[in-house]
Design a protein around this ligand. Sequence first.
Ligand code: SF4
Length: 338
Amino acid sequence: MILAGLTLEELENLMSELGATRFRAKQIHNWIYAKSVSSIDEMTNLSKDFREQLKSIAAVTDTKIKVKQVSKDGTIKYLVEYPDGECVETVLMRFDNRANLTACVSSQVGCAVNCSFCATGKGGFRRNLNYKEIIEQVLTIQRDTGLKVTNIVFMGQGEPLLNLDNVLKALEIFNNDFQIGARRITISTSGIIPGINRLAEMDLQSTLAISLHAPGHDLRKQIMPIENKYPLNDLKKALLDYINKTGRRITIEYILIHGFNDTPQVAKELAYFLKDIKCNINLIPYNSVVENDFKKPANSDIMKFKYLLEHSGKKVTVRLERGADIDAACGQLRGRGK
Ligand code: SF4
């Protein structure tokens, strides 16, 4: 049995099966989630006999770090390996001006959505991660760095809304067991409408981020095949309904690709598409992946695009480039680890 991923209640049930007190469950819970140990031997406030008893039926984790890369800017990228040999990427991002430590987690091994700018999409879909495998990514970071993750973004490999049950269960554990507030967690989607509709009916405090990347059907379908299944007009209706029901502001993620979707004309179309959507906009200058021809825009084009959107009354940020000297774009490290 693997202890990481068990809730306090599940640990209490386990203790009662072993004839131990409920207090033991609290101690073990603290070792797993607050102190992030990787072995039962490190749980030094448990008696040696009890540790031996526990070791005969359980281990803390069965997940390994297969590759680790550290960027000059402090970003750390991990290739995490599960017992069946499948791997996903997890990234720890730090920002100099903030105390936040943000984990970018994966929700699936590979991805079926196949966005043309994404290295993960190229490899196709392999399988869903279960909720324990999702939380193991954050524990892996905490164990390796000795630091406590404060924010989580579901922006790694996979489409979270195509594995929503496991994502929601992981979110509950991040909340209750890691004590990471729901407002510090962002779920990012390529626009899976049934998943957005489901979230609209829930009282979640987390932020919903939409990977939009183009304001028109014809442009968007060139880089995101999902546009054929869930076209922008339907997506917009689902977003308005979500905002109306939850009262929450969403985030629009927009990858800027040189000469494709970064022109002043497209900026105006984007402002028009978003005019009645309560949102902040996050511009992401493209991070080049070797296997395609997309390029990062010039800084002057990024600033012009930003200015035109701000002019429409939206709050716009440009995402700082993290890990430029390592394989930081989604899917690149997995490609290398294989
Ligand atoms: S960008 Fe996200 S949704 Fe698109 S293929 Fe990559 S992992 Fe999948």
